[in-house]
Design a protein around this ligand. Structure first.
Ligand code: 5GP
Ligand code: MN
Length: 327
């Protein structure tokens, strides 16, 4: 075992969790590590995996029924492992178990990661936490469930090998996982592209209602709580809207917001070339990557958008000065 996993051997009770509103990389990395540990540690080691509700489509991995939601009793784990989370508060309800644990490990790929555990394995150049995990696992101990979980994380965080975080290493790992029998066509279609009728309707509505600002360099769209309820949808149903906004011609930054409470918005940002959206998200208390970041903001939607736009405009105008270009 790799040195990090070597530390795990002595723990008799292990807790694992990933970030709130789990995405493909979060679910994939948590399930991959859970099954790897269950398969390779002695039988009397207790391993618990905590996550908020796992989106139905991700259950294609199989063996997901052991995921636990909040446990009311106080638990003190020998070891707690945080995955795909840049700070402990991203663990949501599971932060309590992390804080109580005797030892902690943090495995992630966010450049904004705070290195908040006793042992930190943060690889900012990796396209996904699943890619980091693959490097820690022994290949001959990866079974089909683990391979599917890792593949899920890799395709979701790289936008199916399209984002700039995709590397030769990413493709080599994906190739190995395919050779292990991962049903890649089905997984890509059913977890990444497939939409329910209501999801398509909300997407259509968001595109229709989107606005271009900053001379067409920035596109903004939003969904209110009322709209989400009208379509009987949950925030996970909004996945993919930001990606569609980002590929609008001429746009440097796409901003998508959805209302989580009165005067509270979850913000997603994507950049094409020129802007570091992570910087902006961090400024507003969030985090992420240079080209994909998010945060939660408070206030009227016009103020939220104006505040974000000021930061985007600032970066765009700095570029104009630096490059003398048309930004
Ligand atoms: P998304 O826009 O898909 O929700 O998130 C894009 C990236 O930003 C992901 O890597 C995600 O982990 C990160 N991110 C999104 N929202 C937050 C947030 O509120 N806090 C932090 N630290 N990171 C976030
Ligand atoms: Mn990730």
């Amino acid at each position: 075992m790799n040195h990090i996993l070597e530390e795990i051997k002595d723990a008799k009770t292990i807790g694992i969790s990933g970030h709130v509103r789990p995405d493909g990389d979060c679910v994939g990395s948590c399930l991959a590590l859970y099954h790897y540990l269950k398969g390779n540690l002695s039988g009397d080691t207790g391993v618990d995996l905590y996550l908020e509700a796992v989106p139905e489509k991700f259950k294609i991995i199989g063996n997901t029924e052991m995921v636990k939601q909040k446990n009311s009793s106080e638990i003190k784990y020998d070891l707690f492992i945080s995955l795909d989370s840049s700070s402990p508060d991203r663990l949501g309800f599971a932060q309590e178990y992390f804080d109580n644990a005797c030892r902690t490990i943090n495995i992630d790929h966010h450049i904004s990661n705070l290195n908040f555990a006793d042992t930190n394995q943060v690889e900012a150049e990796a396209g996904s936490t699943c890619e980091v995990l693959f490097g820690l696992f022994e290949e001959d101990k990866i079974d089909l469930t683990i391979a599917k979980a890792l593949y899920l994380g890799i395709i979701h965080d790289t936008g199916v090998f399209k984002h700039s975080n995709t590397s030769e290493k990413t493709m080599n790992i994906a190739g190995k996982l395919i050779s292990m029998g991962v049903p890649f066509s089905q997984m890509i279609d059913e977890t990444f592209y497939l939409m329910t009728y209501h999801q398509s309707q909300i997407l259509g509505r968001c595109l229709l209602e989107s606005i271009l600002i900053l001379g067409g360099k920035c596109i903004v769209s939003s969904v209110s709580k009322k709209t989400l309820e009208f379509y009987n949808s949950v925030p996970a149903d909004l996945d993919g809207i930001i990606d569609q906004l980002r590929i609008t011609q001429g746009v440097e930054v796409a901003v998508f917001l959805y209302e989580t409470d009165f005067h509270e918005y979850k913000v997603s940002m994507r950049a094409n070339q020129a802007v570091d959206v992570r910087k902006i998200a961090v400024h507003f208390g969030g985090g992420g990557h240079i080209k994909a970041a998010g945060c939660t903001m408070h206030g009227a939607i016009y103020d939220v958008v104006n505040n974000l736009a000021a930061h985007i405009e600032h970066q765009l105008s700095n570029l104009t000065r630096e490059q003398g270009s048309e930004y």
